[in-house]
Ligand binder design. Sequence first.
Ligand code: FMN
Length: 278
Amino acid sequence: MKKLSTIILLATALIFGNACKSNKTEQTDTQDGKTLVLYYSQTGATKAVAEELQKQLGCDIDSILAVNPYDGDYGQTISRWKQELKDSVKVEVNPINVNLDEYDTIFLGFPIWGGTYALPMASFLADNKFEGKKVVTFATFGSGGIENASIDVAVALPGADVKEGYGVRNARVAKAPQEIKSFLIENGYVEGEIAALPEFSEPTDVSDKDAVIFHAACDNYQFPLGNPVSVAMRDTPEGPEYEFGVKSTAPDGSESNSIIYVLAPQGQTPEFTRVVRE
Ligand SMILES: Cc1cc2nc3c(=O)[nH]c(=O)nc-3n(C[C@H](O)[C@H](O)[C@H](O)COP(=O)(O)O)c2cc1C
């Protein structure tokens, strides 16, 4: 019976392609209740992660759309967003295609805007009930921000059990399939086995060699990321991973601290994977 319905689903998908925005599939047995991947994406990075999550979880998917889409270029979006923040605009979003009440676990995805979830997601969270549901965040970003955004989601949804999920820089979305696989297994969302990663070493001062790796990874980012003041390290299957303690000074002279993670696979240019700001 399960086989027959899978064949019917596949045939339907082949006939109708992706014409429907919401995509309902048969759920896998490993999930706790029924699972939905629900996301907002302006330029496609979060959509790519959402679709990969949906594929690996074998669950339903739907997207949140702004009534007045953000269809300008980056500069225009930044201007509109700043104005909307200034005017405390509640961005109008369309109703989604699925009934949230049917789902126990929601993988909730968004781009990071100004260190938290994008405005269309803010409207959606304000207007919908998530009581009693498990909510697993995921996000894409230029440099980082899922940690604070997940705390903000938990504050916005006091009746839900909110877990920080998978985050990836938009420049590294091509790496998402493998990283999502590890993330889902590590956190018990799907079955499978992966080797546990070792702990980072104790932090030490930054050597000249460490500084070269940091700057090779961070200096071509569009905004200055600061200077490393401490470093810890561990080996991963992708190569050595560095955890840099970083100090930054803003143009107004204010100082801030962050942690920047850098992967340095043998023979490849090191790349930072995320910035965790204090
Ligand atoms: C209005 C706006 C604000 C942003 N703010 C941040 C930010 O605070 N931190 C960050 O790392 N990236 C920031 N970004 C970059 C986006 O998070 C990043 O491009 C994301 O991957 C876009 O996802 P999407 O393609 O699904 O829309 C911002 C982008 C926009 C348009």
